[in-house]
Design a protein around this ligand. Structure first.
Ligand code: SIN
Length: 477
């Protein structure tokens, strides 16, 4: 591995900075310590904000073409280093190496996309109502952005936020998750190698998440907060950011329904569910959470999915062919075990798994539960683990109502061959993203985001850059 990518210091104003205290980053597979990383506090965050503010004076005025070219150089360096970046990601996050490579390429695709979008940030020239004035609309970068990213996609979520910010002409202060700062630091190193000017990207690793978050929201210099993580933390950040009327983009928790109608291609539905549910061992916001299967094919579905789940390979993400890896930490494990226990106590049946792996610590067996109902905790909470919770249904209206019976509104999935039903589902499912006959819907060209308590704003797509822009209207006579 290229050791230059294994950074342990904070990155502020183009400098790698040590702090008085450090924190350990563990490999979730064996709890071994893999790095000791600078532990930043509010004072480092303030330095980073000051550096970002200073850099904004020039970065905000560079040409779109220059910003685009620098983003493309960064993109290319990420692609050139994909193997090393993937290894870092797997040892700190746990996911299988092939999935880690997929994440690096997925993250990089946002950088390329926004390098291209940078060239298309246009204003407007409008007619005035009385004919003797000219109306100009300018699109300007909002300024310094505070970026707070999660541990489940430690590389891609940085790329998806930083790339549109930089494309718009903003500068950033990033707080990566304490569990996974190394992927973030490697991204900063490559941004530096790409020639992105000092102060444009600043990174403050920390275990003092709430203090650093507060330093970002309480600074009048920070004009926007972009956060991916839990709904509970998102709500706090929204409340805090009100003091400075900061813009916010919030990508929060989900509780995705996955509906299999009786006219569905059952093999395709099973494959789609496996892909959606077991990506990152069930630790994604868009993972299928409640699996509604029509009663006419329930028994056949159970048999097929049970067989597929029992064939999954568990182990160290670095080993070939492994599909299910450890959950991120003990809290994650405890939550999944609690949900399995409470649902079986309430009448659900374990068809596969249901326990910790006997062979590997920190791995929860991929689990299938039948006889789940919509009121059980497992159907009301985001599982964030490798558990399929099956609920039987008989009627379209009933299942749409059940699917919408949650405050979350991120992703929903449905399998059906009926084109008219597809249109009804698009209209009636209260979600920001809907996968129809597919279990995988994320890509850089599509707007990622939710409704209701799953958040606000969109990432990726032609809409993703607008969250980083202010509109200025000039009226000229
Ligand atoms: C997430 O789980 O937060 C992101 C998943 C994705 O981008 O597909």
């Amino acid at each position: 591995m290229n050791k230059q990518l294994l950074k342990e210091q904070a990155f502020i104003n183009g400098q790698w900075i040590s702090t008085d205290s450090t924190f350990e980053v563990d490999n979730p597979f064996d709890n071994g310590v893999i790095a000791k990383v600078a532990n930043c506090g509010p004072e480092h965050t303030e330095q980073a904000i000051a550096a970002a503010s200073d850099a904004f004076k020039t970065w905000g005025k560079t040409t779109a073409k220059d910003r685009s070219n620098l983003l493309l150089t960064w993109y290319q360096l990420i692609i050139d280093n994909v193997d090393d970046l993937a290894e870092i990601l797997t040892i700190e996050q746990g996911k299988p190496l092939q999935e880690a490579k997929n994440e690096i390429i997925y993250g990089a695709s946002y950088i390329k996309w926004f390098a291209e979008e940078a060239l298309r940030i246009n204003g407007d020239l409008l007619p005035s109502p009385d004919g003797n004035k000219q109306i100009q609309i300018h699109k300007l970068p909002v300024g310094v952005v505070g970026i707070i990213t999660p541990w489940n996609f430690p590389q891609a979520m940085i790329a998806r936020k930083v790339a549109p910010a930089l494309a718009a002409g903003c500068t950033v202060v990033i707080k990566p998750a304490a569990e996974t700062p190394l992927s973030a630091l490697a991204m900063a190193e490559l941004a530096d190698q790409a020639g992105i000017p000092k102060g444009v990207i600043n990174l403050v690793p920390t275990t003092n998440s709430s203090e650093v978050g507060k330093a970002l929201t309480s600074s009048p210099t920070v004009r926007k907060i972009s956060f991916t993580g839990s709904t509970a933390v998102g709500k706090k950040l929204i409340a805090q950011s009100a003091d400075n009327v900061q813009k916010v983009t919030m990508e929060l928790g989900g509780n995705a329904p996955f509906i299999v109608f009786d006219d569905a291609d059952i093999d395709a539905a099973v494959d789609g569910l496996m892909a959606s549910k077991f990506r990152n061992s069930g630790q994604t916001c868009v993972c299928a959470n409640r699996i509604f299967v029509h009663e006419n094919l329930y028994q056949e579905f159970i048999k097929t999915i049970g067989k597929k789940v029992s064939e999954l390979t568990l182990g160290n993400g670095l080993s070939d062919g492994v599909q299910i890896t450890p959950l991120i930490n003990q809290n994650g494990i405890d939550k999944v075990l609690r949900l399995i226990k409470s649902s079986t106590e309430a009448g659900a049946e374990i068809l596969a798994g249901g326990h910790m792996s006997k062979e590997f610590e920190n791995i929860v067996e991929p689990t299938v539960l039948s006889n789940v109902n919509a009121d059980m905790d497992i159907a009301c909470e985001e599982i964030f683990g490798p558990v399929i919770a099956l609920i039987s249904f008989s009627d379209e209206e009933e299942v749409i109502a059940a699917a919408n019976q949650t405050l979350a509104g991120l992703a929903a999935y449905a399998y059906t061959e009926d084109r008219q039903r597809i249109q009804r589902l698009i209209q009636n499912l209260e979600y920001g993203m809907i996968g129809l006959n597919t279990g995988m819907l994320s890509n850089e060209m599509a707007p990622f985001g939710g409704v209701k308590e799953s958040g606000m704003g969109r990432e990726g797509s032609k809409y993703g850059v607008s969250d980083y822009l202010d509109i200025k209207y000039a009226c000229i006579q």
